[in-house]
Design a protein around this ligand. Structure first.
Ligand SMILES: [Zn+2]
Length: 413
C-alpha cells in the first residue's frame, strides 16, 4: 500500500467521439447533478468553458435543459444554474415476471411517480398476459392523469437472452414460451408506445447509475432473480458484448466438475447459488429438509421463503449450506473485481431476499482479504433494493437514457 494516498484523480474528459456524443455526455452530467453551473460543468467534464457554453446554448434552444436560478457568488457575478427540463415528460417501466409484474411511471430525472403491482405471466398464453398488462398500464396512466403524448416510451425488464436459435435447450419453461415471442412489437401494438426491452440485470445497473448523484462511471450490479446476471456499466453506459449478452456470470464455473448446467458447462454459479439451486439442495438433503421444515410437496417459493427466514438460518446445517453457497458467489464477485478493476459492486434483485446479508458479508470479506485489486484501492460491495421494482424503474431509465442521451445507449431490443 502507498504510504500517502494519491491525490484525487482529475476528472476524465467527457469529450465523445462526435459532437453529438459529447453533447449527450454533458446532458447526462446535468441530469445526474440536479442543478449545476457552467463553471462546474466545465470542471467536472474536463471540457473547456467555451465548449460547455456552446453545448449549453444548444441544449437550451432544444428545450432539453432550462435555467434554474442562480448559485451563490464566489466573488463575481452569481453563476446561473441549469437543470434538466422536467416538464411533461414521462417514462414507463414494466417487469415481466412469472409471479408478479410491476409497472412504474417515472419523471425525466428517473424519479418514481407511481407504481402498481399486477399479475405475473404465470402459465398463461403470452397474448392473454400482454392484453392484461396493456390494460393495467392504461389504467395506471389514466389514474395519474398522464397524457399519452407526454409518455416517451415503455421499458420492459425481463430475464432473457438475445439471438438464441429456436429450440435451444433453455431449461425454464418461461423461456420456452416467451423467448420466441416478440414482446416488444406486441406490447407496442397494444399500448401505442415505443417499447424497448432490456434484461433485468442491465436495468438494475442503469437504475443504480441514474439514482446516484455522484455516479460511478464504471461498476457492476449483480442481479439475482431466477438466475444470476451482471449489469456491467462502462463509462456510464451498459456494456453489451458482441451479441448483447454480456454479464452472464451465472454461467461462470463455481464448482469444477460440478453438476451439468443446461449451457453445457459443469458447476456453473447458477447451479449452486441461484434461489432454485438452493431449494434443490434443501430438498435433496433430509437434514436440511427437517431443519427448514419442508418436504417434497412444499412449493418451491415456500421452500425458499422458509430457508431464508430467521428460524431456519439459525440451524447449523442450514447456516453451513448458505455460507458455502455465499462463498461460491463471493468468488464470482472477486473474479469480476479483478477482471474489470472495479471499486464498486452492487447486489440487487429478489434472489437476495433473506440471504442478502450472508451473500453481502461473504463478498465483502473476500474482496477485502484476497485478490489483486485490494492493494490498489478500496472495493465497495453493497446491497441495493431486493424488490422487483428496481428492474421496472431501471427499464424506465433505459427509455429516458435513449431519449435524453441516445449516443450513450447501445442497441436494445
Ligand atoms: Zn451454465
Amino acid at each position: 500500500m502507498p504510504e500517502t494516498p494519491d491525490p484525487a484523480p482529475s476528472p476524465v474528459t467527457l469529450r465523445g467521439r462526435s459532437s453529438a456524443e459529447t453533447r449527450s455526455a454533458v446532458l447526462d452530467l446535468i441530469r445526474a447533478s440536479g442543478k449545476i453551473s457552467r463553471v462546474d460543468l466545465a470542471r467536472r467534464s474536463a471540457l473547456t468553458e467555451p465548449t460547455i457554453s456552446k453545448i449549453v446554448k444548444e441544449l437550451l434552444s432544444a428545450g432539453l435543459v432550462v435555467q434554474a436560478g442562480y448559485a451563490e457568488s464566489t466573488g463575481g457575478k452569481r453563476p446561473m444554474l441549469l437543470k434538466l427540463n422536467d416538464s411533461g415528460v414521462y417514462a414507463l417501466g414494466l417487469t415481466l415476471d412469472f409471479h408478479r409484474s410491476t409497472i412504474v411511471v417515472c419523471g425525466p430525472d428517473g424519479s418514481e411517480l407511481a407504481r402498481v403491482s399486477a399479475g405475473g405471466t404465470g402459465e398463461d398464453d403470452p397474448r392473454v398476459v400482454l392484453d392484461r398488462l396493456a390494460g393495467d398500464i392504461e389504467a395506471l396512466t389514466a389514474r395519474e392523469g398522464i397524457d399519452r403524448s407526454a409518455v416517451i416510451g415503455l421499458g420492459v425488464a425481463s430475464a432473457g437472452r438475445r439471438g438464441f436459435p429456436q429450440g435451444w435447450n433453455v431449461d425454464a419453461s418461461f423461456f420456452d414460451v416467451w423467448e420466441p415471442y416478440s414482446v416488444v412489437e406486441e406490447l407496442a401494438a397494444r399500448t401505442g408506445y415505443a417499447v424497448v426491452r432490456e434484461n433485468d440485470a442491465n436495468c438494475a445497473a442503469l437504475r443504480e447509475y441514474w439514482v446516484s448523484k455522484e455516479p460511478h462511471r464504471d461498476f457492476v450490479t449483480v442481479y439475482a432473480s431466477h438466475g444470476i446476471g451482471a449489469g456491467i456499466v462502462v463509462d456510464g453506459a451498459i456494456y453489451r458484448g458482441s451479441s448483447g449478452n454480456a454479464g452472464e456470470i451465472g454461467h461462470t464455473v463455481a464448482v469444477p466438475d460440478g453438476r451439468l448446467c443446461w449451457c453445457g458447462s459443469h458447476g456453473c454459479l447458477e447451479t449452486v447459488a441461484s434461489p432454485r439451486a438452493m431449494v434443490e439442495q434443501v430438498l435433496a438433503d433430509p437434514a436440511l429438509r427437517a431443519a427448514v421444515g419442508v418436504d417434497g410437496s412444499t412449493p418451491i417459493r415456500e421452500v425458499f421463503r422458509r430457508l431464508t427466514s430467521g428460524a431456519a438460518k439459525d440451524d447449523a446445517a442450514v447456516r453451513a449450506m448458505l455460507e458455502r453457497t455465499a462463498g461460491y458467489f463471493a468468488s464470482a464477485v472477486s473474479d469480476l473485481v479483478n477482471t474489470l478493476d472495479l471499486d464498486l459492486v452492487v447486489l440487487a434483485g429478489p434472489g437476495f431476499a433473506g440471504v442478502g446479508d450472508v451473500f453481502l458479508e461473504a463478498a465483502q470479506a473476500r474482496v477485502a482479504t484476497t485478490g489483486f485489486m485490494r492493494e490498489l484501492h478500496p472495493i465497495s460491495v453493497r446491497l441495493a433494493s431486493i424488490g422487483s421494482e428496481t428492474a421496472a424503474l431501471g427499464a424506465a431509465s433505459v427509455v429516458l437514457q435513449r431519449h435524453l442521451t441516445p449516443h450513450r445507449t447501445g442497441p436494445v431490443a
